[in-house]
Design a protein around this ligand. Structure first.
Ligand SMILES: *[C@@H]1O[C@H](CO)[C@@H](O)[C@H](O)[C@H]1NC(C)=O
Ligand SMILES: *[C@@H]1O[C@H](CO)[C@@H](O)[C@H](O)[C@H]1NC(C)=O
Ligand SMILES: *[C@@H]1O[C@H](CO)[C@@H](O)[C@H](O)[C@H]1NC(C)=O
Ligand SMILES: *[C@@H]1O[C@H](CO)[C@@H](O)[C@H](O)[C@H]1NC(C)=O
Ligand SMILES: *[C@@H]1O[C@H](CO)[C@@H](O)[C@H](O)[C@H]1NC(C)=O
Length: 391
């Protein structure tokens, strides 16, 4: 991979830009690019790294919003323990979304390679036979291209920093590394899964809120719109299902606000990672991470609501989420992320993803409105019971 040949000058740049990386960190020494390659997934290990982006348009009538989500994967995110299945692709792009009439589409585009090269902060990903991406050096534009005509996906999705202007960020209000280590006390005794969740799973959000431009041809049908968007990237040393039993993630742009959150329970553990990000007009109001229950202010709360029997997946599922941010000074913000008619894609027992509307802001203020994509990854098949949701 190209990052093996990174120059010494870029290594120096890393040190000045991000400070000295902790010895415990799994970041490849010399990783200079915020949106670049952090670890080294390959056919002989089980590491996983991915670049996620989503574009979403105002809904028409009662249909789910037209939407396009992509993930450029290196490694398999969900896999049984033990050696990897060589029949599954090491590199692929996963696509899901909706046309404006409510019909859904999905695809898996296998690639013969998946490499990410960098030049300063500019990143370029090449997934041979499937597509490519480019992130601009100013961290304000991310362009994904798809070129798999035989599988029905050709076109371009461009995400650009929106008018709110929120900048790229790691979690935990830090610029020194992408991990959630500060959520746990130094020296805490952690299980293997907890160690990965808090200290080795990285999260780098390049576009907390974006304007999206979609110009796709999907199985011969055009999908074209200008809407909202979001882009981040994650990586970890083993498949996610071996690390977490349940995982809620979402992002939204709601008027002046850009927000995202993760609430994830480590496998076979009572420790729940809570991380939340909220910016207003680009000014960060909160960027916290913690073990759920460990503090009362500077916290975020993720509460599913509603109940729908998801007949496709054969499980009960929520229809929306209330996301609350309690700032350090006690100020309270609340957002309601709601699906449209429970529409999901993917719609699986272990993976639910919704598109819909979002409303909210500071509690007591007139609510602002926007769009959202939110998901529930549930490899532990934790049953959904709206009356027993642990806050
Ligand atoms: C794959 O990654 C391992 C580290 O997990 C490394 O030792 C090995 O050299 C890598 N192989 C290739 C072909 O890059
Ligand atoms: C919606 O549009 C898609 C793509 O053109 C088409 O295949 C599908 O049949 C349409 N669905 C409905 C419900 O009209
Ligand atoms: C959790 O515990 C169960 C029962 O001991 C075990 O079968 C499973 O592999 C564990 N899961 C993980 C991810 O460690
Ligand atoms: C981030 O941390 C700095 C101190 O390191 C603090 O001044 C600032 O208020 C924090 N911001 C948020 C949103 O927590
Ligand atoms: C959240 O929004 C949905 C859809 O608009 C609405 O039905 C529900 O009552 C709202 N819930 C709260 C607590 O505001």
């Amino acid at each position: 991979m190209n990052f093996h040949s990174r120059s010494f000058s870029r290594l120096l740049l890393t040190c000045s830009a991000f400070g000295v990386l902790s010895a415990a960190s799994a970041i490849k020494p010399g990783t200079p690019a915020f949106d670049g390659q952090y670890i080294n997934p390959n056919a002989s290990n089980v590491q996983v790294e991915w670049w996620w982006g989503q574009a979403i348009a105002e809904p028409i009538g009662n249909n789910p919003p037209a939407a396009f989500q992509f993930i450029f994967y290196q490694g398999q995110p969900i896999a049984p323990p033990g050696p990897k299945d060589p029949s599954l692709p090491e590199f692929f792009i996963s696509i899901n979304g909706f046309f404006s009439n409510g019909s859904q589409f999905a695809g898996t585009l296998p690639a013969s390679s998946g490499t990410v090269s960098t030049s300063g902060q500019d990143v370029a990903g090449t997934w041979d036979g499937a597509g490519s991406f480019e992130g601009s050096a100013d961290l304000r534009t991310f362009t994904a291209k798809f070129d798999a005509p035989a599988l029905g996906f050709v076109g371009t999705v461009t995400l650009k920093t929106n008018a709110n202007g929120a900048a790229h960020h790691f979690g935990c209000n830090t610029t020194s590394d992408p991990y959630f280590s500060s959520a746990v006390p130094a020296g805490a005794v952690l299980s293997d899964a907890e160690t990965v969740l808090f200290k080795q799973l990285g999260w780098a959000t390049t576009l907390p809120g974006a304007i999206s431009e979609v110009n796709m041809l999907i199985n011969g049908t055009p999908l074209k719109f200008t809407g909202q968007g979001y882009h981040d990237a994650n990586f970890l040393p083993k498949p996610l299902n071996l690390v977490v039993s349940t995982w809620f993630f979402g992002s939204a742009t709601v008027g002046e606000y850009d927000l995202s959150y993760v609430k994830a329970q480590a496998a076979n553990s009572s420790k729940v990672l809570s991380t939340g990000y909220l910016a207003k007009n680009g000014v960060v109001l909160q960027n916290q991470c913690s073990v759920l229950g460990a503090k009362n202010t500077d916290v975020s709360q993720v509460t599913p609501y509603g109940l729908e029997h998801d007949a496709v997946a054969g499980v009960d599922a929520p229809t929306g989420f209330i996301i609350e941010y309690i700032l350090r000074d006690g100020e309270h913000y609340r957002f309601n992320l709601s699906s449209i008619g429970g529409a999901q894609n993917p719609d699986q027992s272990i993976y639910h993803r919704w598109v819909g509307g979002a409303a909210g802001g500071k509690v007591g203020d007139e609510p602002q409105h926007g769009l959202t994509v939110f998901e529930w990854l549930n490899p532990g098949l934790v049953p959904y019971n709206p009356w027993e949701i642990q806050r």
